[in-house]
Design a binder for this molecule. Structure first.
Ligand SMILES: [Fe+2]
Ligand SMILES: [Fe+2]
Length: 327
């Protein structure tokens, strides 16, 4: 299967002997804050602005994320997922800066974007924020996010998510884990409305024969990140997955490589992969800039998933691949 800008053809069912390839990019933190005004920073955003000024503006480079895109374009990718934190403090100017990077990747049908906590640093209006990426953030059956323009961004995210995008044999199920976290905290939380909808959505018969891949910004494994950065209601997510587990969970947020299994009961577990930032300048493992290419195959009614880690080598100015890892 090749990268295809035609949404209808990428929505065909599973192909028995053919693999479906999708890429994960996370935490690009692409934008700059040179245009931020004092008025916009007169809230919790001042913390994020000072952190950008002191550290973050030098620890993420848009050029590195653009090299990732250029290389991915040579790799026959069927779909792309971006697992949040595309901005630093969620200003409207940042959303506009990032929109051009998303267009560089592919059309909205081919790129699924979920929000990160930095994209909702403080609550704001949908039309001044995620509206700029809206086509990348809606499920297959959505043409608009409900009463978006009447609502604030947080309410709208909780209205839009969870949702499904079916591409080839894969059902990408996206959640929003962002909320207006208190000062000095980057915690995540899935709203109870999302949890309820997720339980229903997972039982949808049209997903039964598909490979279900869950996308969430915050890590789902306990103690993966410090308490001030963790997903608060991880247990509720596990509870939602007990009856109908998914085949894979992908996240970002930690800015480091991660591969583990999430135990949902005594016998069953789900593979979890966390991506590092795709724009990081760090050359220390496990923080090197990264993109991941997943391969999904089906044989004898079993899903076979694997991935390759592409890590940025600053000397070569290239992302260099690891061996393929089975999930
Ligand atoms: Fe991040
Ligand atoms: Fe984050």
């Amino acid at each position: 299967m090749t990268n295809n800008s035609n949404h209808d053809t990428t929505k065909k069912g599973a192909h028995a002997n053919e693999s479906f390839r999708f890429a994960q990019l996370s935490d690009p933190h692409l934008s700059h804050l040179k245009n931020a005004s004092a008025l916009e920073l007169f809230n919790k955003r001042i913390l994020g602005y000072l952190s950008w000024l002191k550290r973050r503006r030098n620890s993420h480079k848009r050029e590195i994320a653009e090299i990732a895109i250029a290389q991915l374009k040579q790799q026959q990718i069927d779909h792309y997922v971006v697992t949040g934190d595309l901005t630093h403090i969620g200003l409207e100017d940042e959303f506009k800066q990032v929109a051009s990077w998303l267009e560089q990747i592919s059309s909205a049908d081919n790129v699924t974007v979920i929000p990160g906590n930095h994209d909702l640093y403080v609550n704001t209006r949908w039309e001044h924020s995620f509206h700029h990426w809206q086509p990348y953030m809606l499920g297959d059956d959505m043409t608009e996010p409900g009463e978006a323009l009447e609502q604030d961004a947080l309410n709208t995210l909780n209205n839009v998510y969870p949702h499904v995008r079916i591409r080839g044999p894969v059902a990408f199920i996206s959640l929003s884990s962002v909320f207006a976290a208190p000062w000095f905290r980057a915690t995540g939380k899935i709203s109870s409305a999302q949890i309820s909808k997720l339980k229903i959505l997972l039982k949808d018969p049209k997903l039964a024969s598909l490979c279900k891949v869950l996308l969430i910004h915050h890590p789902v494994s306990k103690h993966h990140v410090k308490a001030r950065k963790e997903l608060i209601n991880q247990e509720e997510l596990i509870d939602a997955l007990i009856d109908t587990p998914v085949e894979l969970i992908l996240h970002g947020h930690a800015h480091s490589r991660f591969h583990d299994r999430l135990q949902i009961d005594e016998e069953r577990s789900i593979p979890v992969v966390g991506a590092a930032s795709c724009s990081s300048v760090s050359q220390a493992q496990p923080y090197r800039a990264q993109y991941l290419v997943f391969e999904v195959r089906q044989s004898d009614k079993q899903w076979h998933l694997s991935y390759q880690d592409f890590a940025y080598d600053a000397k070569q100015g290239l992302f260099v691949n690891s061996k393929r890892t089975a999930l």
